[in-house]
Design a protein around this ligand. Structure first.
Ligand code: SME
Length: 163
């Protein structure tokens, strides 16, 4: 299947998420490989939202259990490893809850992989048994780029892709 970038997406953010979710689920239909699913989510969301500057996954390292290691992503070079509890990704992993950070410089312990990142959202990703397998991280160069609409839409999408 080939994919053509589109410039006619809905202006409303929730509508845009709904449209991209449908497309992602269609592309992934029948594909069980987790890396392929993560790579596809990162690529298609990054393409659908021009404000997304870094879009991707940090996966739980099974050898360590309490450390994240970078997974499929789109964007500039990301840090390779993040301990649970450190930075925004580590907080999402440790708490199992979505983190919406309007100003990363005001977040204690924020890890600056790229100094252009100004705001971010990190959503925990669970498997069908409810075990944490990864976190999904999106950074933007503008402050306050993410809100509850992003949180709910990404939680729903990731719940469907990794159930
Ligand atoms: N900002 C993140 C680190 C990952 S990068 O932004 C890609 C954090 O503090 O968790």
């Amino acid at each position: 299947m080939s994919y053509v970038a589109r410039d006619d997406r809905p202006a409303d953010k929730a509508d845009r998420y709904a449209e991209v979710e449908t497309e992602i689920l269609a592309v992934l239909d029948g594909e069980p490989d987790r890396v392929a699913r993560m790579a596809t989510v990162a690529s298609m969301l990054n393409d659908a939202f021009p404000a997304f500057f870094w879009t991707g996954f940090y996966v739980v390292d099974p050898a360590k259990g309490n450390e994240l290691v970078v997974g499929p992503y789109q964007g500039t070079l990301g840090c390779l490893r993040i301990p649970f509890g450190k930075g925004v990704c580590g907080a999402a992993a440790a708490e199992g809850r979505t983190q919406v950070v309007p100003d990363v410089h005001a977040f204690p312990g924020h890890i600056a992989c790229d100094s252009r990142s100004a705001s971010e959202i990190v959503v925990p990703v669970f498997d069908a048994d409810g075990a944490l397998i990864a976190v999904f991280d999106v950074d933007a160069t503008e402050t306050g780029a993410f809100d509850d609409v992003d949180a709910r839409a990404l939680e729903q999408l990731l719940g469907k892709v990794f159930d």
